[in-house]
Every structure is written in C-alpha cells, then in structure tokens.
Design a binder for this molecule. Structure first.
Ligand code: PHE
Length: 338
C-alpha cells in the first residue's frame, strides 16, 4: 500500500474543501464507519507479521496527518464563515439616523397662542365656556331677542328648541359676568359652529372673544388694545381703522380693519386694492347686556371683540381656502413651524 499516495490524496481532497458541508463529507469519508482509515487499519490482517509494526506506524501517520489537516481546515472554514457573517451584518454607523421626526403645532394653535400672548401681556385671564349652549346665553341675554331679524345673521345648528351649538364665543361674556364682578378682563377662546361652508367659511371654526368691563371703558381702549394686537401679529408698521357696524350686543359696534401688511396700504390683491383688510368685529358692550348680567351700566362700561382665528391664520400665512386648515394634510401642515 503506497502510504505517500494516500497522504497526497488526503491533502488534495482537503485542498478542495470550501465549506462546512464539504468538510463533514471529508470526515465521513476518512474517519467515518467503514471509512478510508478504518479500511487501512483492517488491512493489517493481510500484512506479513514482520511488517505489521511498520505498517501500523505508517497507518497511524496517515491518521495523524489527516486529523491535523482536518483541524486546520476546520479553523479556516469557521473563520471564513465568521468573516462572511461580519460582512453581511455590517452596520454603517456614519449613515444619518432615520429618526422620529418631531411634530409641530398646528397653525391655528400657533395663532391662538400668539393672540393669548399679546392679551395676557395686557393682563387678560382665560375663560372657556361650553360648546353646547342654550338660547339664553347664545342669543337672548346678548340682546338677540327671539324673532328678531338679527338671529338670521348666524345660521344656527339647533339641537333642541332650547339647545344649540354655540354660534360665537360671545356667550362667554354672559358666563363671565354672571360669575365675576368688574373689573373684568378676559379672553374666551373656543370652537364655534355655523351652517355655512365655502372657501372662507367652515361649519366649525374658532374664535377668540375679548371682554373688558370696568369704570370708564371707551372705544379708545378698544382701539388701543387692538392696535397692539395687530402690530404684534402682523408687523409693527400696521395701523387699525374702525368702521361703524352692527351687533345687537354692542353699541356702538365696529368692524376693525388693519392696513394691508402685504402692500403697506398701497393696494394689492390681498386687500383687493383697498389698502385695508377687515380682521374682526367689536364694540362697546350694550347696556342691555350689562343689565342682563346685573352689572350697573351707570357705573361700569365694557368693550368686547371677537377675533376669527382661521381668518387671521389665512391672512397671515396666505392660505386661500379655509378647508386646508382642517384637512390634516401633513405636507401642508409641515410648513408651519412655531
Ligand atoms: N360675536 C360676533 C360674531 O361672531 C363678534 C363680536 C364679538 C362682535 C364681540 C362684537 C363683540 O360675529
């Protein structure tokens, strides 16, 4: 038996081994039951006695060599498998993290907060009333009497004969005066509801009511406060202008215009060439309303205003359709970072 040829065969076979499966096959072929090594050992029977010792040694050498080469190959293959795994599981720590994008406040929340900031700086408190109101608070005690045509100014969602979704935040005036004696300085933010829907109207929108009741409150106080408000919200350059208007709960009543913050008053598409933009309604609290709340009109007077928050947001951000503020389109909302 040519042991050198067998050794060469083992080397050659192992040289071809590339993975764990082939290595296991090699092991089975040489060291397995009935494998090459066992066959060599069994062959000793046919060897003449005087050669048995040398033969046994030679077979042992083959066995030792095969084992050594096998062990070395095993280490090599395991190392290769490990490297392949490292390669496959590589993590590029220099890649930018995917991250959880932080959200931002809704533009209406931003405007609401800005308005509150301005008036809180003048000493206003906040009061929030219910969204479901009764006829009394929403209309009657605000001097909007039953069957009076001014009820048609607001398209009401009635729930029952007496209950409705508040059409404005003005019932907050009644609720505050019922619970607090003058001096009063309060803001009433909240959702309001009217059956109305187009580019600049939505069945649900938000208002911010303002109410001040004290001795000697006049229209000048109203204009002074609103002047500061529009300067803070739009720009330090803008001015206000009061125009006569009508609300049953204020007398006199005014519409408040702001000089166009886009064109500076020269006339542009935003102000429709007039140089002025209507921003809110207000006035001096009607004596009848004070009386309805047991406030003495001979001693006290009040001012009130109602700001449409969506309207301010649309003007300030150049939004042309009110619906955009309620669609919750993330791409749209992303643009407004507080
Ligand atoms: N409540 C009125 C409206 O919704 C606005 C307003 C408030 C007017 C306070 C005068 C005083 O149209």
């Amino acid at each position: 038996m040519n042991m050198d040829a067998i050794k060469a065969g083992i080397k050659e076979a192992l040289a071809l081994v590339e993975d764990a499966k082939q290595l296991a096959d090699f092991w089975a072929k040489y060291f397995g039951k009935g494998g090459e090594i066992q066959k060599l050992m069994a062959g000793i029977k046919k060897v003449p006695n005087e050669e048995k010792k040398a033969y046994g040694q030679a077979v042992n050498e083959v066995k030792v060599l095969a084992q050594e080469l096998y062990d070395a190959k095993k280490v090599e293959i395991e190392k290769k498998a490990m490297l392949a795994r490292y390669e496959a599981e590589t993590l590029d720590v220099t890649l930018p993290a995917s991250g959880n994008g932080a959200g931002n406040l809704h533009p209406l929340t931003c405007i609401k907060n800005e308005i509150i900031d301005v008036f809180a700086g003048m000493g206003f408190d906040i009061f929030e009333g219910p969204e479901i109101e009764d006829d009394d608070h929403n209309f009657t005690r605000l001097n909007v009497l039953k069957d009076h045509p001014s009820r048609d100014m607001q398209d009401t969602f009635w729930l029952t004969d007496e209950l409705l979704l508040r059409t404005h935040t003005s019932p907050g005036q009644i609720r505050v005066m019922d619970n607090q004696a003058p001096p009063i300085k309060v803001l009433v933010p909240g959702k309001v509801f009217r059956s109305d829907s187009d580019a600049t109207h939505s069945p649900m929108f938000s208002q911010m009511e303002g109410l001040v009741v004290d001795e000697h409150i006049t229209l000048c106080d109203l204009q002074g406060m609103l002047d500061q408000f529009v300067k803070a919200l739009f720009s330090g350059e803008v001015k206000t202008r009061l125009r006569p208007s009508y609300f049953p709960f204020t007398e006199p009543s005014v519409e408040v215009d702001v000089s166009c913050f886009k064109c500076g008053g020269k006339g542009c598409s935003l102000c429709k060439g007039t140089g002025w933009i209507e921003v809110l309604g207000g006035g001096i609290v009607n004596n009848k309303v004070l009386e309805n709340c047991n406030v003495d009109p001979d001693k006290y007077s009040g001012l009130a205003f109602g700001i449409g928050i969506e309207r301010i947001a649309m003007l300030k951000y150049g939004i042309n359709h009110m619906g955009k503020l309620f669609e919750n389109d993330i791409e749209f909302l992303k643009q407004f970072k507080a």
